[in-house]
Design a protein around this ligand. Sequence first.
Ligand SMILES: [Zn+2]
Length: 312
Amino acid sequence: MRGLGLLFLTLVSLEAFDYQLSPVKVTEDIYCFWGKPEMITKENGGNMVNSCFVKTEDSYVVIDSGPTYSYAKQAYEAMQKVASLPVNYVITTHAHDDHWLGNSFYKQQGALLIGPREYEQSIAGKTYSIKPEETRISQIVSKDAYEGTQIVALDKVVDQNLSRFKVGDIDFVLKQLVPKAHTISDLIVYLPQKKAIFTGDLVFNDRLTSMRDGSIIGNLKAIEIIDEFDADTIITGHGTRTDKHATEYQKAYQSQMKEKILEAIDEGVGLENITKVVPMEKYKNDAMYEELHKRNVLDAYSELEMYEGEEE
Ligand SMILES: [Zn+2]
């Protein structure tokens, strides 16, 4: 009996959280692990975000490393089945923790970490770092899923100055498009030879965006610039739509919201009534409406109250 009990205990402690990751080929040399259109929960272990990788001649470039160390480790194992290659670069699109908590795994593998200014300033820099137990993900997912997750600094910071580098035959162009959009530093990754663009959370699909750290005006401007790239493949931070029209869903949601809130402000509707006046029923059955829509309207209202129209 005692032997059986010990065996059982050993099995339980060895059993890591299984993210069941299987990469989807988006286009030639570009693959993604799709996150679920949900909030972060214990059950999904933070797997509600897209993590993608680009296959070059001699290595992989990862775009957003996902929500935990164990997620990144499992993603890496799945990548090795596509081709046995090292990960030499990891790009973080913005400072929200579901997108980069896998960085410590790739750092251990020798990857160079590239990301936005806000990550360096508020997560980890040369002289400063938050603790792993201070992240939002760590408060929600199980110990099992979070095991081994560390906070690591970037090797290179990209801001509003365009940054360009080549891995194998593939060019990578990185840039922050506007001062504030989904956050105060969002990077896009453009692959000119592939006519593909990674938008990070400047664009969501299959669910509503979260506007708590951003700007509705800035986000709409960023989407306009993304459309000007005229990419054939648009890969968003959340959601599985990747065609030329992948920006349309969020563009419609945010431009209708902007229009309706400006109208309401003109009619003298106050903050206390704005969520009743702008329910945007059309989106009611979409994922995350219950959790995010009212908050999005309140955030947009606070910004638009001070808004005086497009600058010339
Ligand atoms: Zn985000």
